[in-house]
Design a protein around this ligand. Structure first.
Ligand SMILES: Cc1ncc(COP(=O)(O)O)c(C=O)c1O
Length: 307
């Protein structure tokens, strides 16, 4: 837990901290640790030595899965939305080096990733294997994300509110249905116009969130959509780093923190709230911005990037 000494928070009477889940593990950081660990365990118990999953060419999930495969000695296959003819991104180059087999599919085929018939064919092709969905977001992952807050609380910290980035919504669902003492949770959607996020969170939580904290989705900080960014967001990330020495990236954690700050400004958090921002990792993806964004280049040159 890293306290944030921020004049705005002091003015508002709010205690701010960042849970540095990004530091849990250099190769399998952030929410990936919670999502992958139970899946690897499940695969092992089923005697399955190959895991197949999906992602884009800068996917944090694919990167972490490949590293986990190398470290824990199982085969990995990444079904990648992209084209084999294009040069590999830094993410995919790592994944390949760590032994992941990459299979590229175009955008239309990638959309079939939840289609039962298509999945059966995939399973047959790589049998015996375990297939886990995009972002690693299955029931085992949701259950393990339920351990995030109790882990922080076991260290003696008692937040009243949590803020986190939402893609599939599985991490949020886990926190909502897991044990813990939160009053309120804010999920910041990184996708534009994602009206299904509420349904996805409920689906992942499998009906077990009604007794939990109140929860809200912020849909105003997508900055143009998934992996889109603008000068305001990049400036915010740089300023945040200057003040606190914590690197964020523009796809998930930068948007999450920007939403938190805007809501703090607007008085959305009441006096006396103890707010924890979950740093869910994703810093390997900074490499995707280094060409266009000098700040990312500098951080990477200083070796501030997990591998
Ligand atoms: C760094 C990071 N933060 C947050 C998320 C969002 O998590 P979820 O898909 O469980 O909503 C992801 C995607 O999995 C991610 O890679």
């Amino acid at each position: 837990m890293q306290p944030l000494h921020e004049p705005l928070a002091r003015e508002r009477g709010v205690q701010l901290s960042v849970a540095r889940l990004d530091l849990i593990d250099a190769g399998v950081p952030g929410n990936k640790w919670f999502k992958l660990y139970p899946n690897i365990d499940l695969a092992r118990r089923q005697g399955c030595r190959r895991i197949v999953s999906f992602g884009g060419s800068w996917s944090n999930h694919i990167h972490a899965l490949a590293e986990a495969g190398r470290r824990f000695d199982f085969e990995t296959v990444g079904v990648i939305r992209g084209y084999a003819e294009l040069p590999l991104t830094a993410t995919l180059a790592d994944a390949k080096r760590w032994g992941m087999q990459l299979e590229f599919v175009g955008p239309a085929e990638y959309r079939l990733k939840t289609d039962p018939g298509w999945l059966s064919a995939l399973r047959r092709r790589y049998a015996p294997c375990m297939v886990i969905p995009e972002g690693g977001s299955n029931a085992a992952a949701v259950a393990a994300c339920g351990l995030i807050m109790p882990t922080l609380e076991a260290d003696g910290y008692r937040p009243t509110s949590a803020v986190l980035a939402c893609g599939t919504g599985a991490t949020l669902a886990g926190i909502l249905r897991g044990p813990g003492q939160l009053d309120k949770v804010l999920g910041v959607s990184v996708l534009k116009g994602d009206r299904e996020i509420y349904d996805r969170v409920r689906m992942h939580a499998a009906g077990r969130i009604d007794a939990g904290p109140s929860w809200h989705i912020d849909s105003e900080h997508h900055y143009g959509g998934y992996a889109r960014t603008d000068g305001e967001l990049l400036g915010f990330i740089e300023g945040f780093y200057q003040r606190h020495g914590i690197a964020l990236e523009p796809v998930y954690t930068g948007k999450m923190m920007a939403a938190l700050y805007h809501r703090l400004e607007r008085g959305w958090f009441a006096r006396g709230e103890r707010v924890v921002a979950l740093h869910s990792g994703g810093l390997q993806g900074l490499r995707g911005f280094s060409g266009k964004w000098p700040w990312a280049r500098e951080r990477l040159d200083r070796g501030e990037r997990p591998g």
